[in-house]
Design a protein around this ligand. Structure first.
Ligand code: NAD
Ligand code: IPM
Ligand code: MN
Length: 332
């Protein structure tokens, strides 16, 4: 029996995670969902920490974790997102964000790309300080050879397993000559040992443009932390938006699956959050546990529901979170 730790979080996090759990539990796959474990701003207010030790331990000990989203208020002094603590604390170094055409009018056809994002360093290293009595703020952008090699190797292996022919290394080495210069050199060296892969490189601004102009050309993109964050929100808008965008955080010893979107305070509590990004993340989780057939069943059910126009308002429909989830369960 595989164990899945469930973390709801804030805002729509618990709403969409409940939906994904009911799909996981409806499949007849030998897994047990445990939790929900506390995480996020509500946990912080109640317990003084946004990531209680029991939550971290539950993710570490489970076979996989399913996470919703948290709210991170910008003005809370000393507060840091528990998402970063999870990714960095558990060594979840690869953030995998698939972006494929959906059978829905809001999606462009012909797109099937994956963004592989370095998930532990870069501008997310947490090295920020103020100087000059608050008149200057400095963020250090930390790039290491080890993490760069590791993420590009992961992306190359991922591309090989998918049968992808092309890998695109995205950076800004023309300006960030030292940090992205290192990422670029390390990445090109690693990728050179995959002769079957056609390796290209793009500067991140050009990549943002090409994603809108001809997204069909991309197969696997590998990039640093913040660039991957931004490009994945951009790319998902080509294929139905944040309500469908799912992701996997993979490490040596743990794996956590979550929608790309946040806690959406503007619609929280209204029962209209799109659960399909969380349900898609549950499909990635199933694949990670070796349950490929169940993952494909979930994806097929989601495609059926989208094709039938049974959607929440973000995709132009009039259904709520629970109704869309029931439609997925019925399609299963
Ligand atoms: P957001 O992703 O929460 O919302 C952006 C927009 O997309 C909003 O209009 C929202 O209503 C809509 N949206 C998002 N998910 C949706 C869904 N499933 N169904 C329908 N509509 C959806 O981003 P934001 O507004 O920039 O951030 C809100 C909070 O979430 C912030 O505190 C931010 O720090 C946090 N955040 C958390 C995560 C995470 O926990 N992984 C990710 C991103 C943002
Ligand atoms: C994401 C989110 C996170 C990030 C935040 C919540 C820390 O935007 O998963 O894309 O910036 O990586
Ligand atoms: Mn993001």
């Amino acid at each position: 029996m595989k164990r899945v730790a469930v973390l709801g979080g804030d805002g729509i996090g618990p709403e969409v995670v409940d939906a994904a759990v009911s799909v996981l539990e409806g499949l007849g796959v030998p897994l047990r969902c445990e939790g929900p474990y506390p995480i996020g701003f509500a946990a912080y207010r109640k317990r003084g920490t946004p990531l209680p030790e029991e939550t971290l331990a539950a993710v570490r000990d489970a076979d996989a974790a399913l996470f919703g989203a948290v709210t991170t208020p910008p003005d809370e002094p000393g507060y840091r997102s528990p998402v970063l603590a999870l990714r960095q604390g558990l060594g979840l170094f690869a953030n995998v964000r698939p972006c494929a055409s959906a059978p829905h009018p809001s999606s462009r056809p012909g797109i099937d790309l994956v963004i592989v994002r370095e998930n532990t360093e870069g501008l997310y290293a947490g090295r920020e300080r103020v100087e000059d009595e608050g008149r200057r703020a400095v963020s250090e952008r930390v790039i290491t050879r080890a993490a760069s090699e590791r993420i590009v190797r992961f992306a190359c292996e991922f591309a090989r397993r998918r049968g992808a022919r092309r890998l695109c290394l995205v950076h800004k080495a023309n300006v960030l000559r030292v940090s992205d210069g290192l990422f670029r050199r390390a990445g090109l060296e690693v990728a050179a040992s995959y002769p079957q892969l056609e390796v290209e490189e793009l500067l991140v601004d050009a990549c943002a443009m090409r994603l809108l102009r001809d997204p069909e050309r991309f197969e696997v993109i590998v990039t640093t932390n913040l660039f991957g964050d931004i490009l994945s929100d951009e790319a998902c808008m080509l294929v139905g938006g944040l309500g469908l965008a799912c992701s996997a955080n993979i490490g040596e010893c743990a794996a956590l699956f979550e929608p790309v979107h946040g806690s959406a305070p503007d619609i929280a509590g209204e029962g209209i959050a799109n659960p399909l990004a969380a349900i898609g993340s549950a499909a990635l989780l199933l694949e990670h546990l070796g349950e490929d057939a169940a993952a494909e069943r979930v994806r097929a059910a989601v495609r059926d529901v989208l094709a039938a126009g049974r959607t929440t308002p973000d995709l132009g429909g009039a259904l709520g979170t629970v109704e869309v989830t029931q439609a997925v369960l019925a399609a299963l």
